[in-house]
Design a protein around this ligand. Structure first.
Ligand code: COA
Length: 595
């Protein structure tokens, strides 16, 4: 394992960006190469010496400093928000604990003791350079109409392998034998979309009993059902986004196509198998008794069918193979740079009191900003105009980012300002961070002039939507409060394709806020007024459906993150998104086809 990391470090060193610097460093590296394998310490020392070289100063010091002190008149709002955040975080922690147990104790024992397989997180630990991976949507599959499917039966995320940021998709076979539910398909498709949008190499750890049969009608025929995963594999390969698969368990039916469609595949002896129909079906159809090993085991597929390319005698060996395959991708890596930056001047813990429990509990967005950005320094754009939207530039752990943040309703002026600023970022190739807290209801016009204002606002919001949709820069959306109505589109909601979208646990996602409904909605010519019980039922339904957990369970986002971790997560996403700049552009338009 360490040998791989060693060679990877050397490979990283040879990136063209550093070529001139390397000429002077080469003797140092050659001298030290023999010691590389001796111990980990040496590697890190060398890495650090390299980082010293790449230290980059970010000139943020001249941006004005935000005043993040919480006005005493707002303290009661802060306290209310804090209480709400603590309750949400309690729910978050309980759920995370539940999800981390996968399919439960019995299934875990079956997986590890009887089937002699590693648990999915142990697999990732062996595969990835370190444990600092960004897990995506861990709450997907929670409390769905067809039951709880922990983590949708499949872990997805982004981690580094040999220094390269990769998207991974790993079945968790403790959850119904890794069977694919509709939410598992959605999670895999989202991971593939992230790989495409950010041009990240993909690694599949396949251990799946194929489609969850009782829900087959929701899995098979439609465009974004199971087959789309295989279609995407071909398209991604043609786009020169490499895909590597490991068969580390049963791959039945649909599960067998994932490794077969990958560019390169490794199979683990004894535990890996692939077939369109397993031994029970063969027995039922032909009466023949055949073992999984003979029907579609590692030897058969590596010697006879050619469905896989590498035979590994253990899981450990398989993950080492993957690391070696990645070293053959001829990937150019971004230079390892140490960005120098200042921490925010205010404590991130205070974000819990700033995370609004409702729209009327919203404090000024600059209080949040001052706890997220480097040195709390912010170069505001159009500070005096359209003040219900705050726009400007800041740094996140040294990365320059354009910020578009709700600070009230998205008025006509605010929307025009938003359009202008988003276009500036696009022109200057600066990623955009949207801090979303949109208004839950539109004020009803009471006069002709107000109706005219509304129409003008509509037109301005449409311009902002167009600017956001077409801005050719990476976008990250963080919902800090409400994600309501059409304003959420202009603030780069899910349908506007941000590269990443995260929620705080207090966030609410809905067309309307249940707390603002006082009458049962009715059609103009409908006599039915809806009684109190119907109204109560509607409000309860809306309340439940607006929670961040409801959203995340359905994959309307990429996960819930804690307010105090936001800066780390956003900075990590900005680093990940940078990698695509260094990837070789593809001229070919055909995939790798297994022959
Ligand atoms: N659909 C629905 N449930 C499935 C499933 C599938 N495709 N594959 C496995 N399961 C369920 C099992 O019913 C069992 O449920 P339980 O814990 O409630 O009893 C659980 O997953 C674990 O399966 P089990 O067979 O006990 O585990 P195993 O480790 O011995 O074997 C498989 C795992 C995947 C090899 C085996 O379950 C299998 O062959 N499944 C059928 C695969 C298949 O024919 N798929 C066709 C899809 S089109």
């Amino acid at each position: 394992m360490w040998n791989n990391i060693t060679s990877c470090s050397l490979w990283r060193v040879s990136s063209s960006f550093m070529a001139s610097r390397i000429q002077t460093l080469t003797p140092l590296f050659l001298r030290n190469y023999k010691d590389f394998c001796k111990n980990r310490q040496t590697i890190w020392t060398l890495r650090n010496s390299l980082c010293q070289v790449m230290k980059k100063t970010v000139y943020t010091k001249t941006f004005p400093v935000l005043d993040g002190s919480i006005p005493s008149v707002c303290e009661h709002v802060f306290e209310e928000n804090l209480r709400n955040s603590e309750a949400c975080i309690q729910r978050y922690s309980e759920l995370l604990c539940k999800v981390s147990k996968g399919g439960g104790e019995k299934a875990t024992l079956r997986h590890t003791q009887r089937n002699k397989k590693l648990l999915v997180r142990e697999r990732l630990r062996m595969l990835l350079d370190d444990e600092t991976f960004l897990e995506l949507s861990p709450f997907a599959g929670f409390d769905l109409p067809y039951g709880d499917v922990p983590a949708a039966g499949c872990l997805t995320g982004i981690g580094k392998i040999c220094g390269v940021w990769c998207v991974f998709m790993a079945n968790d076979a403790t959850v119904k034998g890794g069977a694919i539910y509709p939410i598992s398909v959605k999670k895999q498709l989202r991971a593939q979309q992230i790989a495409v949008q950010n041009r990240l190499l993909s690694v599949y750890l396949v251990d799946s009993g194929g489609a969850f049969l009782p829900l087959q009608a929701e899995l098979f025929p439609d465009q974004s059902h199971g087959g789309r995963v295989f279609y995407n594999e071909a398209i991604m390969s043609a786009m020169k986004i490499p895909q590597v698969a490991v068969v580390c368990g049963s791959c039945t039916a649909g599960g067998a196509y994932v490794p077969t469609m990958a560019d390169e595949t490794v199979i683990v002896d004894k535990i890996g198998s692939m077939f369109l129909a397993g031994p029970p079906l063969v027995k039922a159809a032909t009466g023949e008794d055949i073992s999984p090993e003979d029907l579609g085991g590692a030897s058969m597929h590596s010697k006879v069918s050619g469905c896989v390319d590498h035979f590994a005698s253990s899981e450990k060996e398989a993950y080492e193979r993957v690391r070696n395959i990645i070293l053959t991708l001829n990937y150019e890596l971004p230079p390892e740079e140490t960005l120098e930056y200042d921490d925010p001047l205010y404590s991130a813990e205070e974000l819990l009191g700033l995370a609004p429990q409702g729209y009327s509990y919203t404090l000024h967005i600059k209080l949040i900003l001052s706890r997220l950005i480097d040195g709390s320094r912010f170069q505001e754009f159009k500070a005096e105009y359209g003040t219900t939207l705050v726009t400007g530039f800041a740094h996140m752990e040294g990365h320059l980012v354009g910020i578009v943040a709700n600070n009230g309703e998205l008025t006509h002026d605010a929307s025009l300002k938003g359009s202008h600023f988003v276009q500036l970022c696009s022109q200057r190739s600066i990623p955009i961070l949207f801090l979303q807290n949109t208004a839950p209801h539109a004020s009803e016009p009471t006069s002709f002039s107000q109706a005219e204002d509304h129409t003008n606002r509509l037109k301005a919001q449409a311009s902002m939507m167009a600017a956001v949709a077409c801005a050719a820069v990476p976008k990250i959306t963080l919902v800090t409060g409400g994600c309501y109505r059409n304003e959420s589109y202009a603030m780069c909601g899910r349908s506007f394709d941000p590269n990443f979208l995260f929620l705080w646990p207090n966030a609410r996602v809905a067309l309307v806020d249940s707390r603002h409904i006082s009458t049962f909605p009715q059609a103009r010519d409908d006599d039915c007024t809806g009684d109190d019980s119907e109204l109560k039922h509607l409000k309860e339904k809306l309340e439940e459906e607006s929670s961040a957990f409801h959203s995340s369970a359905r994959l309307w986002d990429d996960g819930i993150i804690l307010p105090q971790n936001s800066r780390k997560v956003i900075a990590q996403c900005l680093t990940i998104m940078k990698q695509q700049k260094y990837q070789i552009a593809s001229l070919q338009h055909y995939p790798v086809i297994r022959l």
